[in-house]
Design a protein around this ligand. Sequence first.
Ligand code: PLP
Length: 645
Amino acid sequence: MGPTPRQPLTGQTNWTATQSSRLYGLDAWGQPYFSIGEQGHVMVRPQGERGGCLDLPFLVRDLQARNLSLPLLIRFDDILEDRLAKLHDAFACAITQYTYQGCYQGVFPVKCHQQRHVLEHVVRVGRRWNFGLEAGSKAELLIALALLDDPDALLICNGYKDTRYLETAILARRLGRRPLVVIEQPNEAHGLVACSRRLGMAPLMGVRAKLSAQGSGRWGSSSGDGAKFGLSVPDLLATVNTLRDGGLLEELRLLHMHIGSQISDIAVLKEALQEMGQLYVELVALGAPMGYLDVGGGLGVDYDGSCTATAASTNYSLQNYANDVVATIQECCQTQGVPMPTLVSESGRAIASHFSVLVFDVLSTGRVNGVVPPRQEGEPLLVRNLRELLTIITPHNLQEAWHDAVKFKDDALSAFRLGYLSLIDRAKAEQLYWACCRTIAHHLGHQPIPADLQPITAALAATYYANLSIFRSAPDTWAIDQLFPLMPIHRLHEPPQALGAFADLTCDSDGKLNRFIDSGTHKPLLELHHLQPPDPYWMGLFLAGAYQEIMGNLHNLFGRTNAVHIRLEPRGGYQVEQVARGNTTADVLTALDHDPQSLVERLRRDSEAAIVAGNLTIPDAHRLIAHVEESLRQSTYLEPDIRFS
Ligand SMILES: *Cc1c(COP(=O)(O)O)cnc(C)c1O
């Protein structure tokens, strides 16, 4: 639980964009891509410090004018490129600083974002560094084989491998690719020896070590003795022997580790790197040529900008990370007189998080009804008690008043259950209770809220109904309580007037967003603005470019959202590079083996029967079928013109 949420920030007239920036942490996590402009709009600098600026709400408006309705995923291809450049700059800088006698050559893990345009873009812009791909399954291998046409880029082959996977990887070498098959299970070495014999050629190979250094945080169990992947030291030795006996030791080139995603604490990484360095040196001593040391993924993202070793943050920068990898491995090799390897990393999250922004609209808000009901003759005592309480609340008796209010409300509920209170009187009791809460909250103003009065803020918070499915667009918020920065993308020069949390479109009580970043911790409510219909209220979910799209599911049949790729134009403005239309209702029905056409036919038959029976007029039948047919063609999300207000 974060610091005490404050009262709705009413009465502040001199609110500035800078205050919003601080409030939502944008000045910390948004650097260098996101900031707030004069008009209170989120501004995007897709090329970081180097290039121009786009006004996000204006961009959304223009995309909507192209019939790209919300929720809308905007992918800034320049940000992806800039992240790649920053990663390579950091390693180049570390290599120079420590005069490391080797180079860095990274790969992008396909599992982090499999979408074709994204991977094509990574391969295209990565070419200047011979940046490669990492595959973790047979399907990912096929993608990587087809897309990665740079003969000098690495194609790291991870995951479970059957014979077809192995043979495909081996044959890819003949295509001029550089597949490196990483042995992760003890029996894979035997498979490789057999396949190589059959094909008369060998692949380049690596071994994945199961490190004793225990990871930390959410993905900590990816290393340590109980890890799912990797070879223990005895298995590592057995593998070396198998390869030697099979005449393949000459092709053992890489040592691999992956200690889990989002490493928050750099100390954990350092310990793993030291162990890796020693293992590498030992493998060289055993006669393997080696040449590559792969530190896997895990490079974290500072989602809340707090620079701490907490789950949504990291206590290190990209440069710290590169420095530690370079320095630790150098020290190991130097001491042992072993040539320094090419350093490989498989950073997915750190490359792909920043470039996409999900924009969604708020449909309406729900808040408790605190209207005081008119007084009537003969009201029950409980109702009269609440009425009286409401008149005597002063800044000096807030705690007492709060406890009384809760007590009276609970008594009213009991009385209703036992049949002593009518529905109408229960409604009055609830309204009066809320009115008391509001009055107490009003008196609390902006002071720190005493612990036992904290529930009042949550009780008075508004629910913002959001046009999205978290199961589709931010599944990790639900599955593993991940935090992403979330904030309005406009009206940021106005003070927020309410505290709220979000409910999504699904009929699932888990379909909500009620944990928000709060500098090293999290808070249950977010500062928001009152809706001003018919003007829209647009929210942006940031830093969610990694993993969310593929993990997203069809819960309640909400399909893929519209997505666009935006590229900054050199002379200002932007170019819409790609449009990927979201799923239509017909798409998602088809995915579940329903046939949209026969569905329409069935309804048509039934409506004809209803017309004959005199239960349905022909115009109404026409209207029904038109709605069904149009729904099938439309997005699965709410359409702007038929929303409730
Ligand atoms: C998932 C995975 C990665 C990517 O991890 P990030 O934390 O996203 O950088 C890299 N390598 C392997 C083997 C993985 O399984």
